[in-house]
Design a protein around this ligand. Structure first.
Ligand SMILES: O=C(O)CCC(=O)C(=O)O
Ligand SMILES: [Fe+2]
Length: 320
């Protein structure tokens, strides 16, 4: 099996560190994003107490009766808020839907914000008041961690440290709580059905809580699947297609998937909570001049984040 560099980095050494420590953090995250597209992060600002409370609430949500959950499914919102039921999302290029159900929470802005029209209200779970407050708290904490990570990445790219700040302020980020549901009869599902088919994330970066459970794998440059495993409450952070596009492939949006467990464990649930950090829809994703040269010709046409998201949601079947 090939050697894969997924460094474990302490975010506090960037936020509070001296110049050398900050530089080292930027270099290490940049190098890993250039090679494998993945890092794990400690000291990210979410306590174990908060993460435990989050998972408790997430489990309660998916334990609600099927028809209660379906009340919260809003196809007109393309799954961007509230519940998306089993067999609704299909990875790009696949025919069989993923073995998962999920709930998505989006950005909240002031009533008079020009972004209000782009960001539908979040759906409130009437049965679980703590679910709403806990996911809000987690959303804000992950957004903050993401802003620090993007500053370190901007430094690696020789951009001003605050390059991404205004682009992601009030950005269109999504917190997704995911349940890979139990399969009581593995013979009843299509042969090619998996928890999450091979895909790349759409957004700038993804911060994932819960990769301590087995199943997540990334595709190496040698075309081999490699398990991604985080310690305890560490976050797994990976590059999405928007950042790959902006950097003209300098930073890699690595293909990943969630495999099914062995047959005798198919009856066990798996939960995870990715935070897809998006910019505002008007961010220009035109490849950075500094990432284009004779050996790296421009790979992508110019597009805004909003246009790109729209295109991708149609491809995965969430938007009609
Ligand atoms: O559940 C996981 O570990 C990863 C989920 C994922 O890759 C996604 O939802 O995009
Ligand atoms: Fe993903």
């Amino acid at each position: 099996m090939s050697k894969v560099n997924i460094p474990r980095l302490d975010l506090n050494t960037y936020i509070q560190g001296n110049a050398d420590e900050r530089k080292r953090f930027s270099d290490e995250i940049g190098k890993a994003f250039n090679e494998t597209g993945f890092v794990t992060i400690t000291n990210h600002g979410l306590s174990k107490v908060l993460i435990d409370k989050l998972y408790e609430q997430v489990k309660e949500l998916f334990t609600l009766p099927e028809d209660a959950k379906l009340n919260y499914e809003k196809p007109e919102l393309a799954g961007q808020r509230g519940y998306t039921g089993k067999s609704k999302e299909t990875a790009k290029g696949f025919k069989t839907p993923d073995l998962k159900e999920f709930w998505q929470i989006g950005q909240t802005v002031a009533a008079d914000s020009p972004l209000k029209a782009d960001y539908p209200d979040n759906i409130i779970v009437n049965e679980l008041p703590d679910f709403n407050t806990t996911t809000q708290e987690v959303y804000k904490k992950l957004e903050q961690a993401g802003i620090h990570l993007l500053r370190a990445i901007a430094v690696y790219l020789n951009l001003p440290e605050n390059y991404f700040d205004d682009k992601v302020h009030d950005g269109n980020s999504i917190l997704r709580t995911l349940h890979y549901f139990p399969i009581t009869n593995p013979d009843s599902i299509p042969d090619d059905a998996v928890r999450a088919g091979a895909h790349e994330d759409i957004n700038l970066i993804t911060l994932l809580i819960g990769a301590s459970a087995d199943g997540l794998e990334l595709l190496t440059r040698e075309n081999e699947w490699f398990p991604v495993k985080a310690y305890g409450e560490d976050l797994v952070v990976n590059v999405g297609d928007m950042l790959q596009r902006l950097t003209n492939n300098k930073l890699k949006s690595t293909t990943h998937r969630v495999v099914n467990p062995p047959r005798d464990q198919m009856k066990n649930s798996r939960y995870s909570v990715p935070f897809f950090l998006h910019p505002k829809p008007d961010m220009d994703l035109t490849c950075l001049e500094s990432c284009i040269d004779a050996t790296h010709p421009k790979h992508y046409t110019d597009i805004t984040a909003g246009e790109y998201l729209d295109e991708r949601l149609r491809e995965i079947g969430l938007k009609k």
